[in-house]
Design a protein around this ligand. Structure first.
Ligand SMILES: C[S@@+](CC[C@H](N)C(=O)[O-])C[C@H]1O[C@@H](n2cnc3c(N)ncnc32)[C@H](O)[C@@H]1O
Length: 205
């Protein structure tokens, strides 16, 4: 679960500016896949929206967006960015692991780098189950996940094996796509990622 430790850890990273994931732009992988997963007027939930660039991009696409965070400082930045651009996003300080997100069911969920930070299969499964519980039947989840095939020894995002992704997600989602790619990053070379697209199952496998 998003324990107090998680909140403290992310909070201190935002405070010190140690946030390599925060590129200041929407991820190119989101840009590539979004249109194929939504229809006009779709309601989208973003989990762990950080400073908001992806949520703002999705809303700018003409969709209704609810974006959640656990770190107030990140969310305050997101709110300011959206206001400055005149884009409407419902930003909520909510922990998906513990709280229902108002506005559900959603047609699509998105996370970039949130699912992958849970260390145990139990927590990753719970996260997938909680996302599924917030979606309409057949709703889609697009997730960008650190990839264990990235063998660089330096610090980078948490990295999962394909099997670890599948083990957590498959009980609740049909896996429509699991593709190796790269995060949109200011680092060179960029960290590898998995692009996951899941379709909510009618019931658990
Ligand atoms: C690696 S950062 C990515 C932020 C943003 N998605 C981006 O790409 O810039 C992961 C984010 O997930 C948030 N987070 C972690 N656990 C969460 C939870 N249980 N519910 C909502 N947000 C969470 C963290 O505070 C952090 O901002």
């Amino acid at each position: 679960m998003a324990a107090r430790d998680d909140i403290n850890c992310f909070e201190s990273r935002y405070r010190s500016g140690n946030t390599p994931w925060d590129t200041g732009r929407p991820d190119k992988n989101l840009k590539e896949y979004l249109a194929g997963l939504v229809s006009p007027g779709s309601k989208v939930l973003e989990i762990g929206c950080g400073t908001g660039d992806n949520a703002i991009f999705i809303a700018g696409f003409g969709l209704r967006v609810t974006a959640t965070e656990i770190v107030p400082m990140a969310m305050e930045k997101a709110v300011k960015k959206a206001q400055k651009q005149g884009i409407e996003v419902e930003f909520l300080l909510k922990d998906i692991m513990k709280e229902a997100i108002p506005g559900h069911p959603f047609d699509m969920a998105f996370d970039r780098g949130c699912f992958h930070h849970f260390n145990s299969l139990q927590d990753r499964r719970r996260f997938a189950k909680r996302i599924s519980g917030h979606l309409n039947e057949g709703g889609a989840w697009l997730s960008l996940i650190g990839n264990a095939d990235d063998l660089r020894p330096d610090m980078g995002p948490p990295r999962l094996k394909a099997m670890e992704v599948v083990e957590a997600v498959e009980p609740f989602f049909e896996i429509m796509l699991l593709k190796s790619s790269y995060f949109d990053s200011n680092q060179n070379p960029p960290p590898r990622c998995w692009i996951l697209i899941g379709k909510k199952r009618k019931g658990p496998l």
